[in-house]
Design a protein around this ligand. Sequence first.
Ligand SMILES: Cc1ncc(C[n+]2csc(CCOP(=O)(O)OP(=O)(O)O)c2C)c(N)n1
Ligand SMILES: [Mg+2]
Length: 579
Amino acid sequence: MSAVVQSIDVNSATAEREQTDGFHLVIDALKLNGLTTIYGVPGIPITDFGRMAQAEGIRVISFRHEQNAGNAAAIAGFLTKKPGICLTVSAPGFLNGLTALANATTNCFPMILISGSSEREIVDLQQGDYEEMDQLAIARPLCKAAFRVLHAADIGIGVARAIRAAVSGRPGGVYLDLPAKLFGQLMDAEAGAKSLVKVIDAAPAQIPAPAAVKRALDVLKSAKRPLIILGKGAAYAQADDAIRALIEKSGIPFLPMSMAKGLLPDTHPQCAGAARSTVLKDSDVVMLIGTRLNWLLSHGKGKSWGDAPKKFIQIDIEPKEMDSNVEIVAPVVGDIGSCVAALLEGIDGRWPAPPADWTGAIKTKRDDNVAKMAPRLMNNNSPMDYHGALGALRTVIKERPDAILVNEGANTLDLARGIIDMYQPRKRLDVGTWGVMGIGMGFAIAAAIETGKPVLAVEGDSAFGFSGMEVETICRYNLPVCVVIFNNDGIYRGTDVNPTGGADVAPTVFVKGSRYDKMMEAFGGVGVNATTPDELKRAVDAAMNSGKPTLINAVLDPAAGSESGRIGNLNPQSKLKKK
Ligand SMILES: Cc1ncc(C[n+]2csc(CCOP(=O)(O)OP(=O)(O)O)c2C)c(N)n1
Ligand SMILES: [Mg+2]
């Protein structure tokens, strides 16, 4: 009798081994394509999926809110050139992740938002299912591509399509809808394995046309006052050596956009970062590498670009980008690595150095601005002002150039961008194209996980609030993240008053004297209250040396800071006379 039972057990075990299901096929498809980290929040219908993924060797990082998991996936994509994976539950979890997906698409970061969804039959008849929502339709206009897989046999193709859509051409966000029923669908294991697709050459090189390269070189050579602007597309390309060679061999001054800082050190003799307004105004030929002429560059026209006629050369993988705001006289369409390599071939020993009066004028301007700033960065005021606090953090990054700097806020962002020099590529991660608040903790967590490097997150007190609960996540995974909160009691400043004299405080003002450091202590991390730049520097150094999760409440003067940081001019103004 017992022998019979045993043999039945063995048979059913063998039968089980020979079957697979949706859960395992998704896991196998991700692993087959080297996607071994998932950022997400568990719940129906993906809780078991997360458990099984962890059991199968995928690193599953659980967050407190999907938007932060989505931001983590997005920046993982930027740092690795592989799509970051964000996993959410249906309807509300999906919507929470969607902001990050849209932001990733806007910033050209490759990511895949995988959301479980409810019963199709019930959703489509709007019969009120648990977390009912037509997620695919909602995601579609907000990302590069959106797919749904209904049959286990299509999981391999679905994942492959999502990967290709995310990383090929201009990278971006992709939505992958996996209905609850799919996960449990059984399939013959061998057929299942065969149905998986290993994506070959997910982001194929796109070689620029030789004629386009020659046209660009001719325009560049004719310049009297040339300028190269590097964008985060150039940083993403990981063509660091070629970009550096192009700049150094041509001798042309360069201006890094925020997340391109460090591609070449900000202290490089050709860096025009501290002479930005001069080079934008006075240049005659501008070569854009992986940067768009959007609002961040005043659309390539108007006051900040001066009156002198200007010719633009643009290197971008997306042909539709050309002429988006002004005429591009020399479009070079291709991937940045291939385009820069092709341009480099034309820049030989006979390439004329830019006229000395141009490079000299930039140097004078830069040296002047740096000298003007220097004493302000050395002040040890208490409460701190932005310059004193940032002077201390500037030294931290100078001493630890491989640390990753995450940065968000208004004044906290704009002033840190200008003051903290970067020395290595892809070390500065910030609010990007939309100037979105809330990327802080998601970016910091993924940066630590993907690179293993120490992370310094410099956060406005308002900015931090958007993702602050993730300090628990930082403690839970014991990540080497040091969060510094520039606490000026509010949004832009902490000094506004309610004009009516009523009990409510002004809309931009927070609780005065808050101690954000206590939040970190609640989860076992290190909390520090710093009131001077010296104290701040010591606390950050200790955090970086120990690698312990740390949050430093940096007490700033509530009156320090200006409306909207550097972009106050974008606020609409009332023409009515104030009462
Ligand atoms: C998602 C989102 N909501 C709101 C804003 C508007 N906004 C811009 S900066 C900012 C916060 C600025 O305050 P803080 O982070 O404390 O920086 P500070 O200027 O005080 O240093 C806000 C709410 C935004 N950019 N993104
Ligand atoms: Mg603030």
